[in-house]
Write a protein of this length. Structure first.
Length: 463
């Protein structure tokens, strides 16, 4: 076993870990970045990018099949060549991964360690059984993995997670998707649009990250109108039978149904990769999920020289948050014991379903009852949305009753990814509804729908 002495060890070479490593090096300290899996990051290899590539193909198929209401007819069938779809997904994905790997190659050889890291104590790590690393500070940036409940394990090789989908060389005939969260909804709808028979199973009628009941109800109607979606499924039995999974369940009409699928995709949440880190050998306080208790502004775990960033801390599992948190954790690890709050932006989240779902600022579930008003717009009759036949969805914007300040929004609607940015900027600038209405709105655009919701909020504030 070799011994290494460095100022800072970063565990995990994903988005957060790479940002942390670069921040530490920029301060002139010695650092090592430890990676136990493949280089390339979750985002590029099995996350944001391949999922959006699959969705792009699915949307192309959907649009080609839905031209008739415009008087534009595609004569003949729209043919989806599964092998070609998956070839493009993998090819482009590999291109994105290639850029990340190129970046990793610029890191000096001596700063990289390959192997899984485990804590021996707060400042000593054992890596891959070959190296003991003595450090002054540590950044944990180990990401997250799909959470799989025991009954799914019975399905053997019929059980898949998102990582498996992006390795496919062709599209299967059928997939049962469990979990209508961000990943299940995006992949379930995309596969369905690509001609795969999909049934999406949910619990307690949740849809994506939505917490506003009215918006959620509209989302439920939109998605269950497009593909089989049991939002509050009662699954009686799951078994592997040869090359298929057999599911017995009570459907939304109360009937017992047995349906066979090529695969069952478990998209039932993700858990932080902290369970094999030997945290029991440290003095760190752990929460009920086994994640070190940390400060959300500084990312420091208690008063220790250990910091935790990205999906590993289970707080805001999004790419831009991982990058920001990695930088903060790296800066603070370098400057320890002088730690400072990092830059926290207004929260923003987008689900790349169709219609898209977006959340900005405070969630409905976190608002204090009686202290806010809700401005609303339905996209059904919104001018530009109707022109483009994208007129589905409902937007709620929330404003503080006393100050008129914009607090947040939840919605389902066209081009939500763009409007979400406008709203996140307004939120971060702490604008009031009046100040937002003083801003320009072009015509005819979907943002005029946002203006309708803001005007509704303004009227309620004036009551
Ligand atoms: C299907 C899918 C779609 C997504 N889409 C979006 C999206 O559209 N927009 C968005 O903002 N976010 C999206 N995300 C989330 C986003 O990908 C993550 O938030 C982000 O990649 C997390 O980065 P990270 O650095 O925390 O973790 P990772 O990139 O996962 O890096 C963690 C690294 O740590 C390594 N590691 C773990 N344990 C150890 C150990 N003990 N020793 C050494 N190394 C270890 C792992 O091998 C891994 O390389 C998506 C995620 C998925 C799965």
């Amino acid at each position: 076993m070799q011994t290494l002495n460095v100022d800072v060890a970063v565990i995990g070479a994903g988005t957060a870990g790479l940002a942390a490593y670069r921040a530490v090096k920029a301060k002139g300290l010695s650092a090592v970045i430890i990676e136990g899996g493949a280089y390339g990051t979750t985002c590029a290899r099995v996350g944001c990018m391949p999922s959006k590539l699959l969705i792009a193909a699915a949307d192309a198929a959907f649009e080609a099949r839905h031209t008739a209401p415009f008087g534009v007819h595609v004569d003949g069938a729209v043919r989806i060549a599964g092998a070609e779809v998956m070839d493009r997904v993998r090819r482009e994905r590999d291109r994105f991964v290639g850029f990340v790997v190129k970046g990793v190659e610029t890191i000096p050889h001596d700063d990289k360690l390959v192997g899984h890291a485990r804590f021996i104590d707060n400042t000593v790590l054992e890596v891959g059984g070959h190296t003991e690393v003595h450090v002054r500070r540590v950044v944990i940036a180990t990401g997250s993995s799909p959470k799989i409940a025991a009954p799914f394990r019975e399905l053997g090789d019929r059980l898949i997670v998102n990582d498996d989908v992006f390795g496919w060389h062709d599209l299967p005939e059928s997939v049962a998707v469990f979990g209508p969260g961000v990943i299940g909804l995006e992949l379930g709808q995309a596969l369905s649009r690509l001609g795969v028979r999909v049934r999406l199973f949910g619990k307690r009628c949740t849809v994506g990250p939505l917490t506003d009941p009215a918006v959620r109800a509209v989302a439920l109607k939109a998605f269950s109108g497009e593909f089989a979606f049991d939002a509050d499924a009662k699954v009686l039995d799951m078994q592997k039978d040869g090359e298929q999974a057999v599911l017995r369940f009570i459907d939304h009409d109360g009937r017992e149904v047995t349906e066979r699928f090529d695969y069952v995709l478990a998209a039932t949440g993700r858990e932080a990769n902290v369970h094999h880190l030997g945290l029991e050998n440290t003095t760190l306080e752990l929460d009920k999920n086994g994640v070190p208790v940390f400060d959300k502004e500084t990312l420091q775990c208690g008063a220790s020289p250990v910091f935790i960033a990205g999906d590993a801390n289970n707080f805001l599992p999004l790419l831009h948050e991982a990058a920001d948190e990695g930088k903060t954790a790296g800066d603070n690890a370098a400057n320890y014991p002088c730690v400072k709050p990092g830059h926290r932006r207004a929260t923003i989240g987008v689900v790349f379903s169709d219609p898209q779902i977006a959340m900005v600022g405070q969630r409905y579930a976190d608002l204090e009852e009686g202290r806010f008003v809700t401005g609303e717009v339905s996209f059904e009759d919104q001018g530009r949305s109707r022109v483009m036949l994208k007129n589905k969805g409902l937007m709620h914007v929330y404003a503080d009753k006393d100050t008129g300040r914009f607090l947040g929004a939840e919605w389902l609607g066209p081009r939500a990814e763009n409007i979400a940015h406008t709203l996140a900027w307004a939120c971060q600038m702490r604008l009031t509804v009046k100040e937002m209405l003083d801003m320009p709105f072009y015509h005819p655009v979907i943002e005029e729908g946002l203006r309708t919701a803001l005007r509704d909020a303004a009227a309620k504030l004036a009551e």
